[in-house]
Design a protein around this ligand. Structure first.
Ligand code: GSH
Length: 215
């Protein structure tokens, strides 16, 4: 039974970081109020939004307890507040490995291809084709490492039958990889995760195409 929270999530339909939080909410059966910040139009740097989140990024979470940036901090807050179903395994070693894969996306891939980084490259005179090449390069580097780590893990999700924090991070990054035309052929485990996620309600509902601000 879904639970309505007195909480607000600022996002954007194709923000992969906001997409992660939407998946986590869906997996835990939690509904919040969504506010949409138009990143392409620069709404994240408007005075109104900077007054809410001075970092000028989405996602941003507000509830009665706290204001919170960083998708992983938000998801781990949800995990600790609403532990069922768990997004992390119980034992410390397994938890660390799931986090390793999640952070490979969030720390090693995503920030280098973020909108403001691509805009900065454009400002430095890097053309559109080279900027896309840049994004593909770093996605490939990160996906190769993740694929290697997951090759010996049973699927269909990253770590077995149930989705975890790793899948929550991988699936939005695959969406982004497709946008930039990354060839996913060398990553069979990542493709398997993406395929099973596309049949899972929480992932489907969170997908960019299903958001009211989708264009
Ligand atoms: N590490 C942050 C990243 C947040 C972030 O970079 N969000 C992007 C969208 S995916 C954003 O707001 N970009 C706006 C910009 O680059 O101007 C998180 O995981 O929440």
């Amino acid at each position: 039974m879904p639970q309505d929270l007195e909480a607000k999530l600022y996002g954007y339909y194709r923000s992969t970081a906001a997409y992660r939080v939407r998946i986590a909410l869906g997996l835990k059966g939690l509904n919040v109020i969504h506010e949409y910040i138009h990143l392409r139009n620069g709404q994240q740097t408007s005075a109104d939004y900077l007054a809410i989140n001075p970092a000028g990024l989405v996602p941003y979470w507000i509830d009665a307890e706290l204001n919170l940036a960083q998708s992983i901090a938000i998801i781990e807050y949800l995990e600790e507040t609403y532990p069922d179903p768990p997004l992390l395994p119980k034992d410390p070693a397994s938890r660390a490995v799931v986090r390793e894969v999640a952070l490979a996306v969030c720390c090693d891939i995503h920030p280098i291809g973020n909108l403001r980084v691509l805009k900065r490259l454009e400002g430095l005179g890097v053309g559109e084709a080279d900027r896309a090449n840049w994004s593909r390069h770093w996605i490939d580097a990160g996906f190769a490492a993740i694929e290697e780590r997951l090759a010996s893990q049973l699927g269909p999700f990253a770590f077995g039958e149930k989705p975890s924090l790793a899948d929550i991070c991988i699936v939005p990054q695959v969406f982004n990889a497709r946008r930039f035309g990354v060839d996913l052929t060398p990553y069979p485990r990542i493709r398997e995760i993406d395929a099973v996620a596309s049949t899972h309600e929480a992932f489907a509902v969170a997908s960019p195409a299903r958001q009211p601000d989708s264009e």
